[in-house]
Design a protein around this ligand. Structure first.
Ligand code: BG6
Length: 536
């Protein structure tokens, strides 16, 4: 059975963060690493979508900077291809595409580090001259955003290059810097990067990307919890048995073997995206809906994460790596056979954790968090398992067999919310039957779900950092994650478990929950039940 929750769209009320109807100030967006994949796949399509919806500033230009030698015309042609290949929003005609690409300019850079350290004529001095020339010719004023889509190892160098030429200075207009992920590879490197950035920019000029925070459904976790009266009273250890946060991907590491080898699932997905989702589920209600108060509340959650002792890691964190297998008759490589991956690599492509938040609200409630590549389906969701009611009245005499009411907050794909509960099975007696109420974003007609990058870019232009990670929040996540990485590196007794590509990870991850009498949800099965398609 499926009933639809009808949703009426109220305007977001009040609050500084309610800037939906403001047009951003005129500005120039300077993108470092502009010839890279992220820019083509995500950033330029997002900027094109904003352009089509007339959400960009009235006077606006984009200056791409990268080491590839290109002219403005080459860059425009490449970005037009990127829009055609990767954008959900297709150009209506050539004139529209041309109007968009006219916003684009390009500046070839030599090696970043070399460039700004050079005593002679600095590359950044040339860049600055071009920035000022474009700002003058396009009538943009002096508001600049610097977007660092470069490899992470040069984030600090680029920031210092900008600083060496006073480009962070806000005397004549605002200056902001957007830093892509990964932000550090452990606590120490994240701290150092924060220090380098903060030596040049103020914290409120720094926008650290976690693109999951830009997802509509992740933001909705806060509205769902705090704007409705029905769930918040039961959102605590008295009524909630456990919480699951899953990010399952069907893809492997694709062409990113070199990056992934030094990263792994714990750093790539849990340290950033999944801890942020857990914080949205777990945080206390902020006093107001503003960047500082909301981010203070996530920090509080991270500060209460129970850190594992060295002996607890093997029992609380399970890591896995996908092995060669067949998926729907097709041979699929194992991780170790992927390009630029070592034949004896010990990098985790799957990780599952049993986590506790030691505070008044959540004390004793396990949060099970897992992320993996080459799993049977793509699904990201947070699942709340409520404690069962008086099911003994209806013949469930063993409390272990009583069923939880379950709330599934579906982040992607098939975005929505599902509430599963028990009803009386129609007919004689009082048998129980599982039913669910579903809401799917796809039921809302004429509603465009903005991509994460659309939302984040506009927020940076508007000076609204709520959906960006603050420096102390990132460090706090690394404080929790780094001891696990250290133990994996130093303790050969901690297992790395293989799982065939296309399966739900190693069985050891099931044992993590079985100890508590719980099981993971298998979203694929649920999709199949609803008649949806499942990748396997
Ligand atoms: C990125 C990770 O941050 O997020 C990738 O580096 C991962 O490995 C991706 O595939 C997942 O993002 P999304 O938006 O596709 O769920």
């Amino acid at each position: 059975m499926s009933a639809f929750l009808l949703m009426a769209f109220n305007e977001f009320g009040g609050g500084k963060e309610n800037m939906a109807n403001h047009k951003p100030d005129d500005c120039l967006l300077v993108i470092f690493g502009a010839s890279g994949d992220l820019v083509k796949r995500k950033l330029i399509p997002a900027l094109f979508a904003l352009f089509q919806q007339k959400l960009l500033p009235e006077h606006f230009a984009i200056l791409g900077a990268a080491r590839t030698q290109m002219t403005d015309a080459d860059f425009r042609a490449e970005m037009a291809d990127a829009v055609r290949d990767f954008s959900e929003h297709k150009p209506r005609d050539d004139a529209e595409m041309e109007a968009f690409t006219r916003l684009l300019h390009y500046h070839p850079l030599r090696d970043y580090v070399e460039a700004w350290r050079r005593d002679e004529v600095s590359e950044f001095a040339h860049l600055k001259a071009q920035i000022e020339a474009i700002a003058a010719s396009e009538g943009l004023g002096a508001n600049y955003i610097f977007y660092l889509a470069t490899p992470a190892k040069v984030f600090g160098d680029v920031a210092e290059g900008l600083g060496a030429h006073g480009l962070q200075n806000q005397d004549h207009g605002w200056r902001r810097i957007i830093v892509e992920k990964p932000f550090g590879e452990d606590l120490d490197s994240a701290r150092k990067l924060n220090q380098r950035l903060l030596a040049i920019f103020e914290e409120d000029q720094i926008y650290r990307i976690d693109h999951y925070l830009g997802k509509e459904t992740v933001q909705n976790l806060l509205v769902f919890r705090f704007a409705n009266g029905i769930f918040e009273p039961v959102w605590n250890r008295q009524y909630i048995d456990h919480v699951e946060v899953t990010a399952a991907e069907t893809i492997g590491v694709e062409e990113r073997g070199a990056f992934y080898e030094g990263t792994g699932a714990l750093r790539d997905m849990v340290q950033s995206h999944l801890l942020q989702i857990a914080a949205m589920v777990a945080m206390e209600q902020p006093e107001s809906f503003e960047a500082q108060t909301v981010r203070n509340q996530s920090l509080e959650v991270f500060q209460h994460l129970r850190h594992y002792g060295p002996d607890e890691i093997a029992a609380s964190v399970v890591r896995g790596q996908y092995m060669a297998s067949k998926i729907r008759g097709q041979d699929v490589k194992g991780y170790r056979e992927e390009d630029k991956v070592g034949p004896d690599s010990r990098t985790d492509t799957y990780v599952a954790l049993r986590v506790f938040i030691d505070n008044e609200r959540w004390g004793g409630v396990p949060f099970y968090i897992r992320a993996g590549k080459r799993l049977p389906t793509r699904a990201t969701e947070a699942v709340i398992y409520f404690k069962p009611g008086a099911q003994h009245l209806f013949g469930i005499d063993n409390p272990l067999r009583a069923k939880s009411d379950t709330l599934i907050l579906r982040i992607q794909p098939d975005e929505g919310i599902v509430l599963k509960f028990q009803m009386k099975a129609p007919g004689p007696g009082f048998d129980l039957q599982d039913v669910q109420m579903d809401f799917h974003y796809s039921d809302l007609t004429d509603v465009h779900l903005p991509s994460a990058y659309e939302r984040l870019v506009v927020d940076a232009m508007l000076g609204s950092p709520m959906l960006y990670a603050r420096g102390d929040v990132i460090e706090s996540c690394w404080e929790f994650i780094t001891p696990i990485l250290d133990a994996w590196r130093d303790d050969p007794k901690i297992g790395l478990y293989g799982y065939p590509a296309g399966t739900w990870g190693p069985p050891e991850a099931d044992d993590l929950l079985a100890r508590d009498g719980a099981t993971w949800r298998y979203p694929c099965k649920n999709l199949a039940e609803r008649g949806g398609t499942c990748v396997l």
